[in-house]
Design a protein around this ligand. Structure first.
Ligand code: SF4
Length: 332
């Protein structure tokens, strides 16, 4: 099954290749490790459609790892604004500096794993795609496809990795991994796999079972706690007071409105003009927006008309939009 499955998958990839700015087409020289690494970091928890224009803008601004390593922390964080999961951006800078210092990316998954912010999956993906190592890079799409091919209800990485490794060819193993990622994203989708369009139908044990979507078993959903905080909008002379958040912790190092401590219950006696609800990985948050007459904390005055240039993360950008639409309504 393995060799035939791999051959069918590669052929499907060649016929249906998605041209993305960080990829090399089948048969072309492998892409630069900088672009593979950057795309993999951006794609963690973020869709291809969102990442694509942001990736292009990012590499236009910092075309090489050396250029990124020399960039100002604040500039990189601002450029990252809106992509979420800001620990990724902080690790990105640390990793770029470590790579530039050692004179380039290492070429094996074991060495890549030593770099800041590079976990087992990302190391394997860079090693396989940029350096041709037979490294089993298992993301959620790959995990689902392999679990279905083998009709596995439980599919931990320790089981999936050797099964993927068995399929990886010696030449361009990254193509097979990307082919499987694409298949999982477009055809072998979590809830409704399009088995009739799938090149692996004849090889797939889950398809043969008649209930492919039952594999693998869905993960038990965690219940997210809910939190509240206040954010202060202080405006003077067409400018709003912004602060930079502490380097460590939630939205670390990002430009923001000043906020209160988070609490489990809504703050009392607040004259809030509205609430922005935002879902983080581990909790959800109601941000109560307060128009304040005094500034809070160390910060700077940002022209309201130029607030897009401040690099606010999505939570605070939505808070700013809420305030501005409230003012427009009042002025109308
Ligand atoms: S046949 Fe269906 S379940 Fe099996 S790999 Fe293809 S899309 Fe997924």
């Amino acid at each position: 099954m393995t060799a035939n499955t791999a051959a069918l998958l590669i052929q499907h990839y060649v016929d249906n290749f998605r041209r993305l700015p960080w990829r090399a087409a089948p048969g072309e020289p492998a892409p630069e490790p900088y672009r593979v690494w950057l795309s993999e970091v951006m794609l963690q928890q973020t869709t291809v459609a969102t990442v694509r224009p942001r990736f292009e803008r990012f590499v236009e601004r910092w075309p090489t790892i050396e250029a990124l390593a020399a960039a100002r922390h604040e500039d990189v964080l601002s450029e990252w604004a809106g992509l979420g999961y800001y620990a990724r951006a902080r690790n990105l800078i640390a990793c770029a500096r470590a790579v530039a210092e050692r004179g380039g990316f290492p070429s094996t998954s074991v060495e890549l794993r030593q770099l800041p912010g590079i976990g087992a999956y990302t190391a394997a993906a860079i090693a396989a795609i940029a350096f041709g190592e037979r490294a089993p890079a298992v993301d959620t799409n790959v995990q689902r496809v392999i679990a279905r091919l083998h009709r596995l209800r439980h599919a931990p990485r320790e089981i999936i990795e050797p099964l993927l490794l068995d399929m990886l060819p010696a030449a361009r193993p990254g193509d097979l991994i990307q082919a499987m990622m694409d298949l999982g994203a477009t055809i072998c989708r979590p809830r409704s796999p399009s088995c009739q369009e799938c090149p692996l139908r004849s090889e797939c044990a889950a398809f043969a079972s008649g209930a492919p979507a039952q594999f693998p078993a869905p993960k038990v959903k965690r219940v997210r706690p809910h939190r509240h905080a206040a954010a202060y909008w202080t405006e003077w002379n067409g400018q709003v007071w912004l602060v930079r958040r502490p380097a460590k912790g939630l939205l670390g190092g990002m430009a923001a409105l000043p906020t209160s401590e988070m609490t489990e219950t809504p703050p009392r006696n607040l004259n809030s003009i509205g609430v922005v609800r935002h879902v983080f990985t581990h909790f959800s948050l109601d941000l109560h927006i307060i128009v304040a007459s005094e500034t809070v904390g160390d910060g700077w005055w940002q022209p309201v008309a130029g607030i897009d240039e401040a690099g606010l993360p999505t939570l605070f950008r939505r808070a700013a939009e809420l305030v501005m639409s409230a003012s427009e309504r009042r002025a109308a």
